[in-house]
Write a protein that binds this ligand. Structure first.
Ligand code: UDP
Length: 366
């Protein structure tokens, strides 16, 4: 008999949800994380009384009632609706694409006028079946919006021409012919009161967690502790990159605390031109109805970068080359006895938070 039923590698959402479910089923779990904190990339810390999203802004949204009810056991939520703003060379547009955007771009007033404008631009570009992100974007919203609000931002974010990126990335963004700038078409949406770290801490309550422990460095001795391993780190790192490294995009944040009550009046402003070096500025207090110390605000400028070993991996690059390599790693993973690979890095998948929770709930139920 080993000391633990599960060794869970990674204290992010997948690991925390799996551990919580396993514990409630009577299993003994040990959760470890390489970092000195829990909550993975949803980690928040407090600065000037504001919960700062250290690894980028996270807005919880889901259509999955079971997932919503599950997370609601661990936190209350601010009733937050994300309305992002795009700043293109000083022109302000509403995101995601909706009637406010179309009105600002073309002066159109009705859905019919907007649809006609987009159809004309799509026809002029001669796109019938979109094969890449550029063609997909133009066929969804036309060339003007593509040029001003998509091309520069996407190429900064992904470091690749839009023609070489998969179409599905842009399908994450809704296109609406209504005056509704709520970013997500979601039944449930919110920001955890007290921050994501507190929510994850509540999930992990009563479960042993060891921080600053690198699993791959101490694999043999850690494996000896548990019957099964749930691994949420990068799948290629697990196999010592033996088939080559999967590519990621990384991001870097410059955080600044300012002595003013508001910097930009919105949680997220995207800079969609090519020349501004950062992709967006996050003003954290606006996720929480402006809470925090009086007269203070904290902003993060987000810079996108190519990932290299040693950097934090953020976004899997789900193109054909990486997809094919992942498949090979997945085949190796399936042959690995008593190890479950899960989460964004373990499954090399551009997961939203609710999808990761759903995946962990399903895995733990098996
Ligand atoms: N996107 C864009 N312009 C914007 C915001 C997003 O072109 O102002 C595109 C970009 O290609 C991005 C994709 O839409 O990769 C998905 O955006 P989302 O906001 O879902 O990205 P995330 O929040 O995951 O970084």
């Amino acid at each position: 008999m080993k000391q633990y039923d599960y060794l869970i590698v990674g204290a992010g959402l997948y690991g925390a949800v799996f551990a919580e479910r396993a514990k409630s089923a009577g299993k003994k779990c040990l959760v470890i994380d390489r970092r000195d904190h829990i909550a993975g990339n949803v980690y928040t810390y407090e600065q000037a009384g504001i919960n700062v999203h250290k690894y980028g802004p996270h807005v919880f949204h889901t259509n999955d009632t079971e997932v919503w009810e599950y997370v609601s056991r661990f936190t209350k939520f601010y009733n937050f609706k994300l309305g992002t703003i795009a700043n293109y060379k000083g022109e302000i547009y509403s995101l995601p694409f909706n009637m406010y955007t179309f009105n600002r771009m073309w002066g159109v007033l009705t859905p019919e006028e907007a649809e006609a404008k987009i159809a004309a631009q799509r026809d002029a570009a001669g796109i019938t079946e979109p094969k890449n992100l550029e063609e997909q974007a133009i066929s969804l919203v036309g060339t003007d919006i593509y040029e001003k609000l998509i091309k520069g931002y996407t190429e900064k974010q992904w470091g690749r021409p839009c023609k070489e990126l998969p179409a599905f990335i842009i399908k994450r963004l809704p296109v609406r012919f209504t005056y509704d700038n709520n970013y997500f078409n979601a039944l449930y949406q919110g920001i955890p009161v007290g921050g994501y770290t507190q929510m994850v801490a509540n999930m992990l309550e009563g479960i042993e967690v060891r921080l600053g422990v690198d699993y791959l460095e101490h694999k043999a001795e850690l494996d000896a502790l548990a019957e099964k391993v749930v691994y949420t780190g990068p799948i290629d790192a697990y196999f010592g990159y033996r088939l080559g490294a999967l590519e990621y995009r990384s991001v870097r944040f410059e955080v600044e605390e300012l002595d003013k009550p508001s910097y930009q009046g919105n949680a997220i402003v995207n800079y969609t031109d090519r020349d501004t070096p950062y992709t967006r500025i996050i003003e954290h207090k606006w996720f929480e109805q402006g809470s925090g110390d009086a007269g203070k605000t904290v902003i993060s400028r987000e810079y996108s970068a190519e990932w290299k070993p040693g950097d934090e991996p953020y976004y899997p690059v789900n193109d054909e080359k990486n997809g094919a390599l992942y498949k090979q790693y997945k085949a190796l993973a399936e042959r690995e006895q008593n190890v479950l690979f899960g989460g964004r890095l373990g499954e090399y998948k551009y997961y939203d938070m609710d999808q990761v929770i759903r995946a962990a709930l399903d895995a733990a139920a098996q």
